[in-house]
Design a protein around this ligand. Structure first.
Ligand SMILES: *[C@@H]1O[C@H](CO)[C@@H](O)[C@H](O)[C@H]1NC(C)=O
Length: 567
């Protein structure tokens, strides 16, 4: 009796547990919002955002809406070397295949452990929400999937993206810059490559939301879009925001206007451009814009100048806007050449190095009353600038810029080569030659000897991490496409081998704590730019030069390609 009874009881108990378990699984997989309001687009389920920002009342309407220039695009000088033959060979094919293998590994890990979340944590094998929870990694990796011919995974990603509801997030705010370059840039690029309409629909919904950030008394934006405040028309431009955060949405907003024919997005960022155009000569270092600016009062009074963190993409977007507008806005040529000429004079310096290589780096400056004080810092983030000089030099027929770009890129390669891991640190300080040209012998200056733990020429490593960043390889990519000189491909491969050796783990790739020692401790982070930028640039270097030809495409600051207009 007793055992039987116990048996029956435990069977019921098991049945109950199973019932609860099944219910739990069903409950967790059933998201009512996946069905309520869902429509079908072809075979794909699509969820329009539950809040339509295009109908949000505008508190500060625009009176004189500006449109992108409509004249016939100009024929700009070619950016790429005019190759007669294919640039594919045995070696480049093997190297390209190795890069793709790393991408597939990273993607598979994301798919397995973090699907539809913002990022993969490669050590704990979990997902992480870091940009409002709209599948940042999916959106950021889309165009790389397409380029690497992973069309099935591309389709899977599109189906997931069709379910994104921009109104559904745990936060009451979003980061205008980060969401613009990653999500809006990623969607528009994948649309430009594939023609997939679902992506354009999601981009428009998102663009309408981001546009609300510009609904302020002077129509300049703030760093954050606060949803509640924006719905009530209570947003103001920030009184202190970096140049990069406020002034590098132009490519994405312009492309959205070009594709949709609705000028409002272009109008929004054109006003920001007018603010910096008007003030380029009014700063403490005329020609450059300070690291932070007052967008509310429209003043530019702070004294720190850099091409690195906080400023970077403002400068990067100047020549790229010239390209995407088909050369029809001369103000971008003026701003680019003045900015780069001033940067050359005040921010570039030549690191002293044992090979006496003619390399350059870009540091920071503080502009005082009588003089400009240069700090010979080196940031990984600043390494994009070689590519920007190169691109601007080509588009604006300034061969001196191309030459400077080449020396700046060589500077970052030198920094990679200087460490035993073959990877450059996040931030370091260097010894400099008196001038960027002329005599500078390492032998003569050796008395300023480095500490034994530092590579020659370095005085301090301030942040020894490597975060899987793309900027150095990005410039190598530009120099390769511009010159076709194999030294850039060889350098890329040395960097690649170092990075793979130090950052790969059993499932994916991870940031490392210290580039000064081989076998460094890894950190639980693989930021989304690894799959959208770093791997894409490495892969493109070994791919044929006609894939994403820079005479047809312009890449945003997250390496998302947009079509350039053609005459
Ligand atoms: C700034 O100064 C330069 C020359 O010093 C001039 O060519 C340019 O037009 C000025 N920019 C503006 C916006 O006035």
């Amino acid at each position: 009796m007793i055992p039987q009874c116990q048996g029956r009881l435990s069977r019921r108990y098991i049945a109950l547990i199973v019932f609860i378990g099944v219910g739990f699984v069903l409950y967790n997989n059933f998201h009512p919002q996946d069905y309520i309001g869902a429509t079908k687009v072809g075979p794909v389920k699509y969820i329009p955002s539950s809040y339509d920002w295009s109908r949000n009342p505008v508190k500060y309407p625009v009176e004189d809406m500006k449109s992108p220039p409509t004249a016939e695009p100009k024929k700009l000088p070619p950016v790429q070397r005019q190759w007669q033959e294919s640039t594919e060979g045995h070696i480049s094919l093997a190297r390209k295949t190795a890069v793709k293998k790393a991408f597939v590994k990273s993607w598979d890990a994301y798919k397995t452990y973090a699907w539809a979340q913002d990022e993969l944590k490669p050590l704990s094998r979990k997902g992480k929400q870091s940009f409002s929870g709209w599948s940042a990694q999916l959106v950021d990796a889309l165009d790389t999937l397409w380029l690497m011919d992973m069309k099935e995974d591309f389709q899977l990603a599109v189906e997931q993206i069709a379910l994104i509801d921009w109104a559904k997030t745990d936060d009451d705010f979003l980061n205008l810059f980060e969401v613009t370059i990653r999500h809006l840039g990623g969607l528009l690029a994948a649309y430009d490559l594939s023609g997939e309409q679902l992506l354009l629909s999601k981009a428009i919904e998102l663009g309408d939301m981001l546009y609300a950030t510009f609904d302020t008394p002077n129509r300049l934006p703030s760093h954050w879009l606060y949803f509640t405040k924006a719905k009530q028309g209570e947003q103001k431009a920030d009184d202190s925001m970096s140049g990069a955060a406020g002034c590098s949405m132009g490519l994405e907003f312009t492309r959205l206007s070009q594709i949709t024919g609705d000028p409002k997005y272009y109008d929004a960022t054109e006003r920001v451009k007018q603010f910096i155009y008007r003030n380029q000569n009014n700063t403490k270092l005329p020609g450059l814009w300070p690291h932070t600016m007052n967008y509310r009062q429209e003043t530019v009074e702070t004294a720190m100048f850099t091409l690195g963190a906080g400023a970077d993409s403002l400068y990067e977007y100047l020549p790229k806007m010239h390209a995407i507008l088909g050369g029809l806005d001369p103000e971008y040529v003026q701003m680019t050449t003045q900015a780069l000429d001033t940067a050359t004079k005040h921010l570039l310096y030549r690191p002293i190095n044992p090979n006496d290589d003619n390399i350059l780096m870009a540091g920071n400056a503080v502009a005082g009353k009588s003089r400009v004080e240069l700090t010979t810092e080196m940031q990984h983030l600043t390494c994009f600038i070689g590519g920007t000089y190169g691109l601007a030099g080509k588009l604006m027929s300034r061969e001196d810029f191309v030459d400077l770009g080449s020396r700046l890129t060589a500077g970052c390669i030198w920094a990679y080569d200087s460490f035993p891991t073959n990877i450059m640190p996040e931030i370091a300080e260097l010894k400099r030659c008196p001038d960027i040209d002329g005599k500078c012998s390492y032998e003569e200056l050796k008395s300023l000897s480095s500490s034994p733990t530092l590579p020659p020429g370095f005085t301090r490593v301030r942040d020894a991490r490597y975060l899987l960043r793309p900027e150095a390889i990005e410039s190598v990519f530009y120099m390769w496409r511009i010159t076709g000189d194999e030294i850039w491909r060889d350098a890329a491969w040395r960097m690649w081998e170092g990075i793979v050796k130090e950052t790969e783990n059993d499932v994916a790739f991870a940031s490392i704590a210290d580039v000064r020692h081989e076998g460094s401790k890894k950190e639980d982070s693989m930021e989304t730019f690894w799959m959208s930028e770093t791997l894409k640039y490495f892969w493109l270097i070994f791919e044929d030069h006609n894939v994403l030809n820079l005479d047809d495409w312009v890449l945003n600051t997250e390496a998302h390609p947009f079509k350039r207009p053609k005459s």
